[in-house]
Design a protein around this ligand. Structure first.
Ligand code: SDX
Length: 428
């Protein structure tokens, strides 16, 4: 296959190298385009055809429905690994030995305290505040209490900062939920595993002994793994962009949380349940909502459907759909919205509007049904997504800094006014 691309502008030809990735993806390297052509650039709204970086972390094949973290298939990791193992894999590139995993766990536990004064910031929020806004603010506020986390000039600095964030982020997420539910904040228990401790901080009752429910923890662990990374999605690209200015890790992650909040991205898991609930309230008439989703005059979209990259199926959605059935059976829960979701998926798979546009359930379509079965409030669903995505964001940020990537600064095509003389207000 060709290793060069030729572009002809005004009769002049320009050659650009074609780079090939380890999975044979090819990209035209246009680093020299503007200089070589005297100012011509490219434009690609939403970056649908534009790569921002070369990365060794996650591989997606949208046509084949493949997702791999550092070469390991998501199906194997979801089945056999723990979330902490996957976090280590994404961040450091290899599955940890038992010794490495034990040290990682110990180092994280040693950093799991959060400064008491952070509670004053939490207290300042109204109970009505959305937990994603609280989480983003508290993550940014962590900088003030950990000033050494900003400049990560050495491997030790980087490791210590990463461990601090992995340790404190679940505490802040749990605090956001307990604030919402007007419950006292919980400090966790370092004798528990990472995901068990997260669940305890979220759900432990002050007047009862916390008991680990293995089915619940296993479901949560699997969901966090499935959300852990997804190459250059909107929030990860935000984390890389903010980090490219050498803003610290905590500031970059705080920005990523805000990008994930949007209903077209991670906020979709909350929007899916709200949509399914409204369909249920409306008598379960899925055909009516399918028609609305196809009506260009109607702003309604089938939330949890469609994906920028997956044009076949989202492998995560397939795993979560099976897990939803398992978890509800194990917990003895009947949730009518699961049947509505399955009905919508079946109808969409037989409807040319969705088939022609290659719109299939994505990671957000079924995940909320499990979160709900685990008694997680709907406004916390996207926080759960952020908890899962944290190691991926960290890994991508670390890669961007280690590769010494330049500050992100896209070009534009200006379409505004040509030069105009200033006019005094009396003459306007
Ligand atoms: C995530 O990027 C990632 O990797 C993200 C993520 C991750 O792990 O980080 O996978 C997580 O964000 C999953 C996506 C969650 N969002 C939703 O479920 C919201 C609903 N989905 C859509 O808004 C949409 O599908 C997107 C945002 C996911 C993708 O949008 P694109 O790639 O920009 O596609 P598009 O909007 O250009 O749509 C193409 C066509 C359009 O119709 P036409 O103009 O061609 O006639 O498909 C239609 C769209 O109107 N369409 C939908 C639809 N999604 C796309 N029509 C109805 N319902 C939908 N859900």
């Amino acid at each position: 296959m060709a290793d060069k691309a030729t572009l002809t502008i005004d009769g002049q030809s320009y050659e650009f190298p074609i780079i090939t990735g380890t999975e044979q993806e090819r990209a035209i390297d246009i680093k020299t385009l503007r200089g070589a052509t005297g100012g011509v650039t490219t434009i690609d709204p939403g970056y649908k055809n534009t790569g921002s970086c070369q990365s060794a972390i996650t591989f997606l094949d949208g046509e084949e429905g493949i997702l791999r973290y550092r070469g390991y298939a998501i199906e194997a990791l979801a089945e056999k690994a723990s979330f902490l193992e996957v976090a280590y894999l994404l961040i450091f590139g290899e599955l940890p030995t038992q010794v490495q995993l034990d040290k990682f766990d110990k180092d994280i536990k040693a950093e799991s305290h959060v400064d008491e004064d952070m509670k004053k910031i939490l207290d300042g929020f109204p109970k009505s505040a959305h937990p994603m806004g609280v989480l983003s603010a508290l993550t940014s506020a962590l900088i003030a209490f950990n000033p050494s986390s900003v400049n990560v000039d050495s491997e030790e600095d980087m490791y210590r900062t990463i461990v601090k964030l992995l340790a404190k982020f679940p505490v802040l997420a749990a605090w956001a939920m307990r604030k919402k539910k007007s419950q006292p904040l919980d400090y966790g228990d370092n004798s528990l595993g990472y995901v068990e401790n997260l669940h305890k901080m979220m759900f432990a009752k002050p007047n009862e002994e916390y008991k680990v429910d293995k089915a619940v923890i296993d479901a949560l662990d699997k969901l966090l793994i499935l959300h852990a990374d997804h190459e250059q999605n909107c929030s990860t690209s935000t984390v890389r962009m903010v980090g490219s200015s050498h803003a610290g890790l905590f500031a970059s992650i705080s920005s990523g949380i805000c990008a994930l909040w949007g209903p077209l991205h991670g906020g979709a898991n909350q929007a899916v349940i709200e949509m399914l609930e409204s369909i249920k309230e409306d008598g379960g008439d899925t055909k009516k909502y399918m028609a609305k989703a196809k009506d260009k005059e109607d702003p309604f979209r089938l939330m949890g459907f469609g994906h920028r990259v997956y044009k076949n199926f989202d492998p995560r959605a397939k795993i979560i759909k099976v897990a939803a059935d398992d978890v509800l059976n194990q917990l003895g829960i009947e949730d009518p919205v699961l049947d509505i979701a399955k009905g919508l998926e079946k109808e969409a798979l037989e409807d040319s509007y969705f088939v022609d546009r290659k719109l299939y359930p994505n990671v957000d379509f079924y995940s909320g049904i499990i979160y709900r079965a685990l008694d997680i409030p709907v406004e916390m669903f996207t926080v759960m997504f952020a908890l899962g995505r944290l190691p991926g964001w960290i890994a991508q940020w670390k890669e961007m800094r280690e590769n010494k990537e330049p500050i992100g600064r896209p070009r534009q095509v200006y379409t505004g006014e040509n030069f105009r003389e200033f006019k005094e207000v009396s003459k306007r």
